[in-house]
Design a protein around this ligand. Structure first.
Ligand code: ATP
Ligand code: MG
Length: 601
């Protein structure tokens, strides 16, 4: 492609709308244009990158035995009602764009395709002889994200590869999962990314185990906790660890003390001169289930620890049936306004005890009349602890479970693991923290969808069995931007060779010099003929402008037909380190070919 004929517009200044480097660079270098909130046009250079990423994904999916297909993006609500996700996705989480067609039928724009693929498997797979199967597609997905941001990182329309496996049993599913896991490793390696696979929360998709593939970058929205021995890595939402040991309490007798102005753990431990590990902190939440029932939740946790709300939500989902619901649609700390709706008297905030009386809850429609009391593992073993007294300005010390306070039956792990905690697999290892961009997520779904949607097959014994599923996503457009986030310098993007829009660019410093033009034209032709995707900068611009643009766009190898032509030479420059050398015209193709081959190793 000739730059003189291409829609090629670069910006000198950082666009105001962009916050992180990759977003700025993709806009500045003319790869993408914002069309609306979370909506981007992939311009010709970007489209080439996306096609390269897609091709790598496709190669590795095919090599792992998955079959490509293309499913409809408009999905009938009936399928989502069968799986039970219509209300959560269109209302509670509100992530799915939904509309009503002219025949008054409800349809959703696909945010993901478990329902559609399960309906297909139900129709087409009858017997164990047809299993296993793995189908995938590369397609635009739609999600009405609350906060679309960072360009392609969190769009409302984005390209995803999604794959779905169907097996006869759990062991088969684990095998299919492992194949996808390995394929993901190869995909990310081939794309030239530094990444880590981490244990992850399964979220609204459901199922048993899942892992995320994180591209490590400071701008990542996720936090990863890992150990240096390489044995453990998890998303902070999911991470587990050993908390520091509690320091034995210095209080030996139970008493209520006046503790004015100590509503926080820091102020209380300073006032009483005690360790936060001796304090039982009681945190109030309000959960709303999908049937409209709200429940007030009192979580008791050690004073030095915090609640992981993802873990808490998972515990509350498990308890949903107790309240006649199926899933959680909202979880929050009730603010003053929310408290007014149900509190019979002002709450002793900052001084709450684990036995806060249910009489604080006035009878209100759709509100459970009692607190749901959960205790985190960290407080179960505490002796002679400090906690609230249900009276402002007062705490109790020297308290014990089952003496002063009944130990609530529901013991859970809702503690947030943090960097510095000891690892469970080896307590001599401490957890380290890193930022990550979630590029892929693989799930062992099990039978959640196949049971809900009756996707069964007949086994060898003639019994009707639910298929065991897995699902596997890669954000193709997010991956492309993540590559930039991991690889740029002050001059612009440094594309990994495997996904660069073009591998080489021939730059003519001065288009009025016939020899420069002739040599460049010749090289441009030969490079392309040799299978090296090459751009020709034949614009009537100053050499400096052209060099700046080539750097900004991030083409791996630059060839300049300048003064050294007199000696039969051109300058070749590597984008990674600006390393320049003069080589004979006749060596250009072999040299660039060698560099490309080297980059793939
Ligand atoms: P996130 O936690 O970032 O919201 P998710 O867990 O909802 O993502 P999945 O449902 O696992 O995402 O989707 C598979 C992949 O699709 C993700 O790993 C990510 O790479 C990509 N992806 C998800 N949402 C977006 C988005 N809004 N924009 C771009 N890519 C996305
Ligand atoms: Mg995910």
């Amino acid at each position: 492609m000739r730059l003189s004929q291409m829609l090629f517009v670069t910006l000198r200044e950082d666009p105001a709308e962009a916050e992180i480097p990759s977003h700025k660079l993709l806009l500045r270098a003319g790869f993408i244009r914002r069309v609306g909130s979370g909506l981007y046009a992939y311009l010709p250079l970007m489209w080439r990158v996306l096609q390269k990423v897609s091709q790598i994904v496709r190669d590795e999916m095919n090599a792992a035995g998955a079959q490509e297909c293309l499913l409809p993006q408009l999905q009938p609500s009936e399928l989502w009602k069968e799986s039970g996700r219509w209300d959560t996705y269109t209302q509670a989480e509100g992530i799915m764009f939904a509309l009503t067609d002219r025949q008054d039928r409800e349809v959703g724009l696909g945010p993901t395709h478990e329902e559609v693929i399960t309906a297909i498997a139900r129709d087409q797979i009858r017997t164990y002889r047809q299993l296993p199967q793995n189908l995938y597609q590369i397609q635009t997905k739609f999600r009405d994200e609350i906060r679309p941001r960072f360009g392609l990182m969190r769009g409302r329309e984005f390209i995803m590869k999604d794959a779905y496996s169907f097996d006869a049993d759990e062991a088969g599913m684990k095998h299919s999962y492992q194949k996808m896991h390995d394929a993901y490793h190869r995909i990310l390696s081939r794309c030239g990314l530094a990444f880590r696979a981490v244990d992850a929360d399964s979220g609204a998709i459901g199922g048993s185990g899942s892992q995320e593939f994180m591209v490590l970058a400071d701008a990542g929205e996720d936090e990863v906790l890992y150990t240096e021995d390489g044995q453990y890595a998890a998303n902070v939402e999911k991470a587990v660890s050993l908390p520091p040991d509690a320091i034995p309490s210095t209080f030996t007798t139970y008493e209520k003390l006046e503790t004015p102005n100590t509503p926080t753990i820091a102020s209380l431990s300073a006032f009483l001169n005690c360790s936060p590990t001796q304090i039982v902190k009681n945190v109030l939440y309000q959960v709303v289930y999908d049937n409209g029932t709200a429940v007030l939740v009192l979580v008791s946790i050690r004073g030095d620890q915090d609640v992981n709300e993802v873990k808490l939500q998972n515990e509350l989902v498990k308890l949903a049936t107790t309240y006649g619901g199926k899933t959680v649609i909202a979880l929050e700390v009730p603010d003053a306004e929310a408290q007014q709706k149900w509190a019979s008297q002002p709450l002793p905030l900052g001084y709450i005890a684990p036995d806060l009386s249910d009489s604080y809850i006035q009878p209100v429609k759709n509100l459970a009349p009692k607190f749901l009391r959960l205790v985190d593992q960290t407080v179960v073993e505490l002796k002679n602890f400090v906690t609230g007294s249900n009276e402002s300005g007062h705490h109790v010390v020297g308290a014990n479970w089952d003496t002063q306070f009944p130990l609530p039956k529901a013991v859970v792990d809702v503690r947030k693991a943090i960097a510095g905690d000891r690892a469970i697999h080896n307590p001599s290892q401490t957890l380290k923290t890193a930022r990550g961009i979630e590029i892929g997520h693989i799930f062992q779904l099990g039978t959640k969808y196949s049971i809900a949607m009756s996707a069964t097959y007949t086994n060898e014994q003639g019994e009707e069995m639910p298929m065991v599923m897995g699902c596997y996503g890669i954000g193709v457009s997010r991956l492309a931007q993540a590559a930039v986030e991991q690889s740029y310098d002050k001059d612009g993007i440094i594309w990994p060779v495997a996904i660069a829009p073009y591998q080489a660019i021939v730059v003519i410093p001065n288009v009025t010099e016939a020899t420069q033009v002739a040599a460049a034209e010749q090289l441009y032709k030969e490079l392309n003929q040799a299978g090296i995707e090459t751009l020709l900068d034949d614009r009537n611009e100053r050499a400096g402008v052209k060099f700046k643009d080539a750097d900004l766009v991030g083409i791996p190898f630059r060839i300049v037909t300048g003064r050294s032509l007199q000696q039969g030479k051109v300058e070749v420059v590597k984008r990674t380190n600006h390393e320049a050398q003069e080589i004979a015209l006749t060596d250009v193709i072999a040299t660039i070919k060698g560099w490309i081959a080297e980059s793939g190793k």
